[in-house]
Design a protein around this ligand. Structure first.
Ligand code: SAM
Length: 312
């Protein structure tokens, strides 16, 4: 099945080319972590802050609190290469997943992985634009969206589609970026991030060949964001309002990232060796620093783990 909207075909085409390139260059350059949340030390610290135990994660939380989902057929929006979905199936969180994705390269890579992992019966990819909201009627138990909704411009159609495709009592489970649209970082978060980088990360650690790691983090221009990927954070700050008006929010965990995402942006995250106690101490301190700013209301959480139920 191939469902790509001709209405926004130029932006969609550019976004899909961006993600095709991302998939192929990622494989080639051997980058370990793609973003802040991938770093094991950071991930554990965030899990500790959210669930009170660094050995807990999204999988264990869903298994413990929503055990009926283990027989669920889930629709995963913007599923990329489906590697997270493979884990959801493998760990028995959901039984079956249909993944929607626009990037041909991501699907191709995912398909190979799924076949190698003998999961073809449980995971299916469809190349489809999530903006259209063409997800069917009352056919899924769960809609899952990880790093997905912030790539959607037509939130109105997408949310209509999400509600329509859920069976009665069905859940929306999302782990996403809800921060400033088009990465228009607030002054407060830029200040916090650059202060920490300058004062708490020692200069010797920062040096790199072209000195680019030492540059302060800045707010990108909207034009540069659109040129990079027209779908990136296209309406991210509007997502929560759409969830709240269509769904009853059952869980809403603040994952942070308001400082950490900027601090470890791009390849900076790969400077931190998870086996080096000195590197880990900096990361632990940074997560606590961010948490204090969130708890004191100085910053709000850019990333959230939300579970919601369609309003009757
Ligand atoms: C940040 S990645 C997240 C991928 C995956 N969910 C994960 O967490 O690893 C965003 C994905 O959304 C896809 N995407 C962007 N716009 C889309 C759209 N309109 N419809 C379907 N997929 C889209 C991109 O190709 C990309 O693979």
């Amino acid at each position: 099945m191939n469902d790509l909207s001709p209405a926004c075909s130029s932006d969609l085409h550019r976004a899909s080319e961006h993600w095709d390139r991302w998939q192929t260059t990622r494989q080639a350059n051997g980058q370990i972590y793609a973003d802040w949340g991938d770093h094991p030390t950071v991930f554990k610290a965030v899990m500790r802050e959210c669930f009170g135990n660094e050995n807990h994660d999204f999988f264990t939380y869903l298994q413990a609190h929503y055990p009926h989902c283990q027989t669920a057929h889930a629709l995963s929006l913007c599923c990329g290469d489906g590697s997270f979905e493979a884990q959801l199936i493998h760990k028995g969180v959901f039984e079956r997943i249909t993944g929607l994705e626009i990037s041909h390269e991501r699907i191709k890579h995912g398909q190979t992985q799924i076949e190698a992992g003998h999961l073809s019966e449980q995971m299916t990819f469809l190349q489809q634009d999530v903006n259209l909201g063409h997800f069917g009627a009352a056919c899924f138990d769960v809609v899952f969206a990880k790093a997905a909704l912030h790539h959607i411009e037509n939130l109105e159609l997408a949310f209509e589609g999400i509600k329509r495709c859920l069976k009665p009592g069905g859940l929306l489970v999302t782990i996403d970026f809800f921060g400033p649209t088009r990465f228009q970082w607030t002054d407060e978060q830029l200040h916090a991030c650059n202060w920490f980088w300058e004062h708490r990360v020692l200069p010797t650690f920062l040096s790199d060949a072209d000195n680019s790691l030492n540059e302060p983090i800045r707010r990108p221009s909207i034009e540069s964001m659109i040129n990079m990927d027209p779908s990136e954070a296209v309406r991210s700050s509007d997502i929560m309002a759409h969830i709240e008006s269509n769904f009853q929010v059952l869980e809403n965990f603040a994952l942070g990232g308001t400082v950490m995402n900027l601090l470890l942006y791009g390849n900076r995250v790969n400077r931190f060796n998870e086996k080096d106690p000195f590197h880990n101490a900096i990361l632990e301190e940074a997560v606590l620093f961010e948490r204090q700013l969130l708890d004191n209301g100085v910053l709000s959480s850019d990333f959230r783990f939300v579970i919601a139920k369609a309003k009757a």
